[in-house]
Design a protein around this ligand. Structure first.
Ligand code: HEC
Ligand code: HEC
Ligand code: HEC
Length: 103
């Protein structure tokens, strides 16, 4: 019975987080760097459309907004944050394509 209740509450969390709020994982994540146009990271696109698993990014590259450590483009171009994939091999490079991300 206890296990059943636990399962029910887990299902509840699942439904609330997916249907109730209508967003995947962390939803859209806005970055607002001081010296550039804002960037919106889409969980929906990376997870649903591309099929990337959560573990590709969590917890190695990212934890939560509250634990966010801003990186510079120079660090990104050396493989940090978005640059772990946006390196010109796995996805379009962060050394160009500025306006694909900064909109
Ligand atoms: C392609 C990379 C990527 C993938 C895959 C990914 N995430 Fe994220 N996630 C991010 C980024 C970027 C952030 C923002 C982290 C930051 O600001 O440091 C984030 C943040 C989050 C947050 C915190 C939101 C907040 O407001 O603090 C949650 C929760 C989350 N992701 C859940 C998930 C789940 C669940 C999955 C799998 C279904 C997933 N993520 C897959 C990149 C990704
Ligand atoms: C793959 C997506 C992506 C691409 C492509 C990209 N950026 Fe960024 N950029 C970001 C994100 C995300 C941040 C915020 C990082 C953070 O806060 O951790 C950022 C931050 C910045 C910053 C502030 C930090 C710093 O280094 O001073 C500048 C300036 C910047 N970008 C300029 C550019 C220019 C110029 C280009 C093209 C040559 C570019 N970006 C391409 C995602 C991207
Ligand atoms: C785990 C790998 C991975 C990480 C980390 C990642 N991306 Fe991506 N991203 C991809 C792949 C793969 C594509 C699709 C291939 C391409 O467009 O070159 C993509 C595509 C995109 C697109 C194009 C969306 C479209 O509508 O065509 C944007 C914008 C983008 N990423 C932004 C970001 C930003 C901003 C970050 C960092 C906060 C980030 N990505 C981190 C793998 C990743």
């Amino acid at each position: 019975m206890k296990k059943f209740l636990l399962l029910l509450s887990l299902l509840g969390v699942f439904f609330f987080s997916n249907i109730g709020l209508g967003r995947i994982g962390g939803g859209d994540i806005p970055f607002a760097p001081k010296k550039a146009k804002g960037v919106v990271f889409s969980h929906d696109f990376h997870v649903t459309d591309l099929g990337l698993t959560c573990q590709r990014c969590h917890p190695t590259l990212y934890v939560t907004r509250a634990k966010d450590k801003p990186v510079t483009m120079a660090e990104m171009n050396q493989g940090k944050s978005c640059g772990a994939c946006h390196n010109g091999k796995d996805a379009f490079t962060s050394k160009g394509n500025c306006f694909k991300c900064h909109q």
